[in-house]
Design a binder for this molecule. Structure first.
Ligand code: FAD
Length: 507
């Protein structure tokens, strides 16, 4: 059965002002989108508002892995690995168009911090915590086996290693699939709508909604809701301070950088787990079509989440690791196709030490005036986080709803099938004009940035971040969104500014 069409933006804005919602979700990253979907499917009246675009924050800057979290074993977070492994299995089943198995090779060199015996023990535990239901079990490898799987890896001092399985996704499209399904389940879902203030029933009463601003049309609206939920990721504390200017920070942000380089230069055949030669941290070399993505860093930061970007030192750190493991790559800064950064919205309480060993668990709290806040977590565990958060909201509402069903209902969000007359946007990349039209008609894309950065990943994959095709994309969109010539130009200019903001490297 096909899903109902998502109402047009004007109608959704009118609903936002007219309906009284059970739940207002602030933030359209994976956390907020997952919560909106779960709550709407249980029958709650839900509004989801996102200041920019769905996944424009951390949820489009991840390593794009749906993983048990092999490195959390070292820190003893076994329950987190157990939960993440279960969610990985579910997402592989429920969203095969968005989540696919990915083989990792972990080479071990002489003197490595994690020797072969320890790696084998850890990966046996990794398989066990997945109840041996992962797509494949790990294999111990001798040096020749490692070289057969990943011939471009350094051979000198190679002692062997192991292969194991996790999964890869498209983080922005996974987020979008949840936002779309929330809308299909009657949630009022809007991107480019910003919460500017919270509202309260009386001077000291509980939160009862928010003032929002439509960043496209410019108008302000009051949204009424019985429960307000703060799922603003690294912006969580900004929302909390709308209730209490002196609220203690709930989030500790750590910065993670990735770079994309031409895959042909690295020569990896699948994913490779590396221990950084500089500080021994676990890092990855990940396949991504014609590119290889290298990441990530994990450092404390005071940068604002809107402005966070890769620094030259981050880029050098990543290149140095990759060159050590893949010596023929000889990558230099000029080989970097794109570099970007995101902020992990980690739970602040109890997480003051080394960023890499900080817990990825999540926390759900109530503010003094009843605002529910969710912090921490991972892309991988978003569905379980959403389930717990909606359980909490339902308790708060004191009503009965249908049970959670997101553990068994497939996610939408497949790309449209190719058509014979469809034109590529750029040679060598898999994006077509049909993707642009589909993004506008079915996926709430409102700007060139929405299409080139988050409905496709074209901006991450080209040296000019897709600026060559931006005018053409704008002209395709203009017909459907009834843009004027000036509107078309503005969207292209905004795209140039946004790609500058995301991809420029600070000295
Ligand atoms: C470098 C890096 C690599 C990672 N890799 C992985 C990985 O491979 N696998 C994994 O499982 N996890 C990974 N993670 C973790 C995962 O990406 C995050 O936990 C997750 O994306 C956080 O999502 P979120 O929805 O909480 O935050 P966000 O995605 O940042 O969403 C918050 C949203 O709130 C919106 N917002 C803010 N203020 C307002 C307002 N006033 N009104 C309306 N909306 C507002 C923002 O625009 C934003 O879109 C990684 C994280 C980083 C940084």
């Amino acid at each position: 059965m096909s899903s109902p069409a998502i109402p047009r933006r004007a109608q959704r804005l009118a609903e936002l002002a007219d309906r009284r919602f059970d739940l207002l979700v602030i933030g359209g990253g994976i956390t907020g989108a997952g919560i909106a979907r779960d709550a709407a499917r249980r029958g709650l009246a839900v509004a989801l508002v996102e200041r920019e675009d769905f996944a424009s924050g951390t949820s489009s800057r991840s390593s794009r892995l749906i993983h048990g979290g092999v490195r959390y074993l070292e820190h003893g977070y076994l329950h987190l690995v157990f939960e993440a492994s279960r969610e990985r299995r579910r997402l592989l089943d429920l969203a095969p168009h968005l989540v696919r198995p990915l083989r990792f090779t972990w080479p071990v060199y002489r003197g490595a911090r994690v020797p072969r015996w320890k790696l084998a023990a850890g990966l046996t535990l990794y398989d066990a915590l997945a109840l041996f239901k992962n797509v494949g079990r790990h294999k111990r490898l001798g040096p020749d086996d490692v070289a057969a799987l990943e011939p471009a890896l350094e051979r000198r001092d190679l002692r062997g290693g192991a292969s194991y399985w996790d999964a890869a996704t498209d983080d922005a499209r996974l987020t979008l699939a949840n936002a779309i399904d929330a809308a299909h389940a009657s949630a009022t879902v809007l991107n480019h709508v910003e919460v500017t203030a919270l509202t309260f029933s009386s001077a000291h009463g509980p939160a009862d909604g928010a003032i929002v601003r439509d960043r496209i049309g410019g108008q302000e609206l009051r949204v009424q809701a019985r429960v307000v939920l703060n799922a603003a990721g690294p912006w969580t504390d900004e929302i909390s301070r709308m209730e209490d200017g002196a609220a203690r920070p709930a989030v500790r942000g750590t910065k993670g950088v990735h770079i994309a380089v031409p895959a042909a230069r690295v020569g990896n055949s699948a994913a490779v787990t590396m221990l950084s030669p500089d500080d021994g941290r676990v890092m990855f070399t990940l396949p991504s079509g014609t590119h290889t993505i290298i990441g990530t860093t994990d450092t404390a930061t005071t940068e604002h989440p809107h402005e966070v970007r890769a620094a030259r030192a981050d880029v050098r750190y990543l290149l140095s690791a990759c060159n050590r493991f893949f010596p023929a790559a000889r990558l230099g800064e000029d080989d970097v196709v794109s570099a970007w950064a995101g902020i992990r919205p980690l739970v602040a309480r109890g997480n003051s030490g080394d960023p890499s060993s900080a817990s990825r668990e999540h926390a759900i709290t109530h503010s003094p005036r009843g605002v529910l806040t969710i912090t921490g977590g991972k892309l991988t565990t978003y569905r379980a986080m959403a389930e717990q958060c909606v359980d909490e909201a339902v308790r708060h509402l004191g009503i009965r709803t249908r049970p959670c069903d997101t553990y068994k209902v497939p996610l939408p969000g497949a790309r449209p099938p190719a058509r014979p007359d469809d034109r590529l946007l750029l040679a060598g990349l898999p994006w077509r004009e049909q993707d642009v039209l589909h993004a506008v008609q079915e996926e709430m894309a409102e700007s060139v940035s929405d299409v080139l950065i988050r409905r496709t990943t074209l901006a991450f994959e080209t040296r000019d971040y897709g600026r060559t095709v931006a005018p053409h994309v704008a002209s395709l969109m203009a017909k459907h969104l009834k843009w004027t010539d000036a509107g078309e130009r503005t969207s292209v200019e905004e795209f140039a500014r946004e790609t500058d903001r995301i991809f420029s490297i600070t000295p």
